[in-house]
Design a protein around this ligand. Structure first.
Ligand SMILES: *Cc1c(COP(=O)(O)O)cnc(C)c1O
Length: 365
């Protein structure tokens, strides 16, 4: 029997977030069945990518769409698109693109481990501090694109995204928005591109609950079309980011489901669970539990911050994070520092909140 159990791998309850290291999210039955049906027949893969893209584009109010093998692959392909759409002769040259427009403007405060994907294209970072004047000064003959990492990394010093888009797109320099974890709200599937961003990138395996190894690239058709020749099933920079027929159909099913989802009811569940955690934990000596909104990724959902007094409990927050993992069943919670961690309802299945609460009462007593 092929199972986690047969491998000695323990399934976990996820009270952390849609983090990649614990599997992102769980695919709902409609996604699994779309993948299963796709696995039953051969198709022409490039044609399927086009048809799936057209459907996702129509559903999300975008000009075009493309299924990537994750948002990080999307960043890399988007960087390539920024070079290729005007310089198709760069096709066979990546990552040696010094002879082309090869500068990617990026905000210093938004630098993060995912931006390696930009460098992998052969693009050179032009880091700026934050203001619109810095942005204007950074533009040159070699500017290929501006990257914007939406979410927790955006600081108050960064200019409003709408202003940045107006200035950059006014110079015909594409703005690429990494919005990997910016769902919910569902409206973000069209918000950034409606604002004028050339491309917006999302993870398929986070709150969309598509296959973990998928992502969405949404936006301008000329940019998306420019990467087809270097992407699966063709050869070049994008070939290692293969997306199979099953993943394409799973991603489509996930988008269809997400658009129909009752997001209000889902947010209410998270509210109810966050309140239940607070009410259960606050009577414990040396423990303080508070509702926080929005959550760390900026998603408009509440989560619960737990502060512990290590002297009173004889355990630090780090000890507790490990104890939750070692608990039976294992529970992943979101670590913060020596005295604090978070409990996140967004990845719980109804019913699991009781298991998490009871584990808290046991481990924090
Ligand atoms: C998760 C994440 C990514 C990577 O997304 P994958 O779909 O896992 O490749 C990129 N950027 C940010 C900000 C993320 O949160």
């Amino acid at each position: 029997m092929t199972s986690y159990k047969s491998l000695g791998v323990r399934p976990l309850i996820n009270a952390y977030a849609t983090v990649t290291k614990y599997g992102g999210s769980l695919m709902p039955p409609e996604v699994v069945s779309a993948m299963s049906e796709a696995a039953g027949a051969f198709v022409e893969l490039a044609a399927l990518q086009r048809r799936v893209g057209e459907r996702i584009a129509r559903l999300t109010g975008n000009e075009a769409a493309y299924v990537t093998s994750g948002a990080a692959a999307g960043i890399q392909l988007a960087g390539a698109a920024a070079v290729l759409h005007k310089q198709p002769e760069a096709l066979k040259r990546f990552p040696d693109i010094a002879a082309f427009k090869n500068e990617a403007i990026i905000f210093r405060g938004q630098r993060n481990p995912y931006d390696y994907s930009i460098k992998a294209v052969g693009l050179r970072y032009v880091e700026i501090a934050g203001s619109m004047d810095d942005l204007r000064a950074a533009f040159s003959e070699r500017s290929a694109c501006v990257f914007w990492f939406h979410g927790a990394l955006v600081s108050d010093d960064d200019p409003p995204l709408a202003d940045l888009i107006a200035v950059a797109e006014g110079r015909d320099i594409p703005v690429i928005v990494d919005a990997a974890a910016q769902l919910p709200p569902v409206e973000n599937l069209w918000r950034f591109t409606e604002m004028g961003a050339a491309l917006a990138l999302f993870s398929g395996g986070k709150d969309l609950r598509g296959p973990q190894s998928t992502g969405l690239m949404l936006g301008r058709r000329d940019l998306i079309d420019s990467i087809r020749p270097i992407s699966n099933p063709n050869h070049g920079l994008g070939r290692p980011f293969k997306v199979g027929k099953e993943e394409m159909m799973g991603a489509l099913a996930a988008v269809e489901r997400y658009l129909k989802l009752d997001h209000g009811a889902r947010a209410q569940y998270c509210e109810d669970v966050a309140r239940m955690f607070c009410e259960a934990l606050n009577p414990l000596p040396g423990v303080c539990a508070e509702r926080e909104f929005p959550n760390e990724a900026g998603q408009p959902l509440p989560w619960c911050r737990v502060t512990v007094d290590p002297d009173a409990l004889g355990k630090t927050a780090d000890d507790l994070v490990q104890a939750f993992l070692a608990h039976e069943p294992g529970i992943a919670v979101s670590p913060l520092n020596e005295t604090q961690f978070h409990l996140n309802p967004m990845t719980l299945h109804p019913g699991e909140e009781i298991v998490v609460r009871d584990a808290c009462l046991k481990l924090l007593a």
